[in-house]
Design a binder for this molecule. Structure first.
Ligand code: ADP
Length: 202
């Protein structure tokens, strides 16, 4: 069998509300970076489809979608982008936001991606997260942000299921950044960490 090259990837990692999405949106304006947020991929599914319905049955409760289904949806999306030419693996580094979110997703993705760096956006005070997410609910159509108990559940699920991902990754690849700073200061710290690992091939 031909040796299939892995996709190069940077992982954006942190609590819901830590600013991954905000930073991801800015960074994807940079040449060579392609931002892929798993939550956006799920939300773009047809809500009437079986998979769309399954997604909603978990997300509205603040729960994670099962691993196998998540990785299948992710892979299908990435393969389609590659087929359409929107993702050029020799040019783009993927900026993954919200995946992998469990140690088992790390294992599913291991043969598919080469992780160049992990940006861990840390926040001490959970109330900051809750307030940010409640604020976001007012601006976007996110049922999972509107209800404080669902927000608290997502924070709990993050601690129980997603934090262990950090132990499943090579520690030398992780850069810890304080996400409780103005967004531009967070961006500066991320840019500093990524400059050496993102190629500048135009
Ligand atoms: P947030 O980071 O604010 O929780 P996301 O937009 O990343 O929001 O995700 C929204 C929902 O999509 C999650 O609560 C979960 O139900 C589902 N989801 C997103 N990414 C994953 C993943 N990697 N594994 C399982 N479920 C996921």
């Amino acid at each position: 069998m031909a040796n299939v090259a892995k996709y190069r990837a940077i992982l954006l990692f942190g609590y819901p509300g830590c600013g991954k999405g905000t930073q991801g949106e800015v960074l994807c304006g940079m040449p060579n970076l392609l931002h892929l947020a798993m939550g956006d991929i799920f939300r773009a599914l047809d809500k009437q489809s079986d998979i769309g319905q399954e997604f909603l049955s978990y997300s509205t409760k603040g729960l994670l979608v099962p691993d196998e289904l998540t990785v299948r949806v992710w892979k299908r999306h990435v393969d389609k982008l590659a087929a359409d030419g929107a993702f050029r693996p020799d040019y783009h580094v993927l900026l993954l936001d919200g995946i992998p979110r469990t140690p088992s997703q790390v294992e599913y993705l291991r043969p598919l991606i080469e992780v160049l760096r992990v940006i861990h956006l840390g926040i001490e005070d959970q109330n900051i997260l809750v307030n940010r997410l409640k604020g976001r609910a007012l601006k976007s159509d996110r049922p999972d942000d509107a209800d404080e108990s669902v927000i608290r559940k997502r924070i709990e699920v993050y601690e129980a299921e997603t934090m262990p991902v950090l132990n499943a990754l090579d520690k030398n690849l992780i850069t810890n950044i304080n996400a409780d700073q103005p967004p531009l200061a967070v961006l500066r710290d991320i840019a500093e960490a990524l400059t050496p690992v993102v190629p500048s091939k135009i």
